[in-house]
Design a protein around this ligand. Structure first.
Ligand code: ZN
Ligand code: ZN
Length: 348
């Protein structure tokens, strides 16, 4: 072996070792596994009356709230089903139990990166449980600062609120986050009410607030989603996180009317179950868990079509197409226009 060849072999060996070690390092730090896409995924988990939103990008994860105490297990099971082992960013928007109730269970069950909660304490057992769970794992809190930005894979998220130091209403301490990926934007509002919305409008250039998807503040209560705020956000889609027949009368009628008037598509966890939005940076697609039931408010019945066979079924038909082939129609005419024909067995 001449000297040149020998050096070549050694050089190749070194290069190989470098590649080997760097690829190992990647696997262990990001938890990246085969088949994972680079799309941004936002899961609005159905936790009944409360909020819990799980976000994934390039193998990095973020959880905003975890519903009430009983929902902790629901959230943990959902994340485990999705092969999650680590939460890089855990956010407790504000210390109300329908948001931070399940956080202690989440903290106990996963590796946790950074934890963010607003600078306010609450004298409830729920709040103490969260602090205890953090202490047990030696996790420190980071405080939200309006204007700060963080990364999630190659997506970015920005803190929009709280902007003030002290509020009478706990809801206004809510951490409000705008998530940006290429041309798509999502807004997560916790229970922020009109006062916080006003401060967000004052602190930001109006155009910078425009978002495709708005998680409606405070479960659709009329104390949030002011006209001015909605006009600045200009959402195409609204997601309302709430429980069926809740005692607060959420969502309030005024809010639904306002959204309809502005031609915003509405998804609700009480009707749709868990809602998953997938963004490739240009387009956002939505998947819903449950078939929407009859909507009493405007008397809509739902029909389910098979995208492949173009057959239309009632929602109760026992021969419904596989979930990935289903398409929903509000009325038969809409389906006929797209070339669908009726299924004889269920007589839609
Ligand atoms: Zn709430
Ligand atoms: Zn609240």
């Amino acid at each position: 072996m001449n000297i040149r060849k020998k050096y070549g072999v050694i050089l190749f060996l070194i290069l190989f070792l470098i590649l080997l070690f760097t690829s190992c390092a990647n696997i262990s730090t990001t938890g990246f596994h085969a088949g994972q896409t680079t799309d941004l995924k936002v899961h609005y988990i159905d936790v009944g009356q409360g909020d819990s939103i799980f976000i994934q990008k390039d193998g990095e994860t973020m959880l905003i709230d975890a519903g009430d105490n009983e929902s902790g297990k629901v959230v943990v099971d959902y994340l485990k089903k999705n092969h999650v082992s680590k939460i890089d960013y855990l956010i407790g928007t504000h210390p109300h139990s329908d948001h931070i109730g399940g956080l202690d269970t989440v903290i106990e069950n996963f590796d946790i990166g950074k934890v963010m909660m607003p600078k306010v304490t609450h004298t409830s057992k729920t709040f103490e449980d969260v602090l205890l769970a953090l202490k047990k794992k030696d996790l420190k809190l980071i405080l939200p600062k309006a204007g700060d930005t963080y990364g999630l894979g190659d997506a970015k998220w920005k803190i929009l609120a709280p902007n003030g130091e002290e509020y009478d209403n706990f809801n206004n301490y809510s951490i409000v986050i705008q998530l940006l990926y290429k041309n798509n934007s999502f807004l997560f509002t916790g229970d922020a009410e009109s006062q916080s919305e006003k401060e967000i409008l004052q602190a930001n250039k109006k155009n910078s607030l425009i978002s495709d998807v708005l998680k409606i503040g405070h479960h659709g209560s009329s104390t949030s989603t002011t006209d001015e705020f909605l006009q600045a956000i200009q959402p195409k889609v609204a997601v309302i996180s709430l429980g069926k027949e809740n005692s607060y009368g959420h969502p309030h009628k005024e809010i639904l009317e306002k959204l309809k008037k502005n031609q915003v598509t509405i998804f609700r966890t009480d009707l749709n179950g868990t809602i998953i939005a997938t963004s490739d940076g240009e387009q956002i697609t939505f998947e819903i868990e449950k078939k929407q039931e009859v909507n009493k408010e405007n008397g809509e019945t739902l029909y389910i079509g098979n995208k492949n066979t173009k057959v239309l079924h009632t929602k109760n038909c026992n021969q419904l197409p596989a979930k990935q082939n289903q398409i929903y129609f509000k009325n038969k005419e809409q389906a006929f226009k797209q070339g669908y024909r009726l299924h004889e067995a269920c007589q839609p």
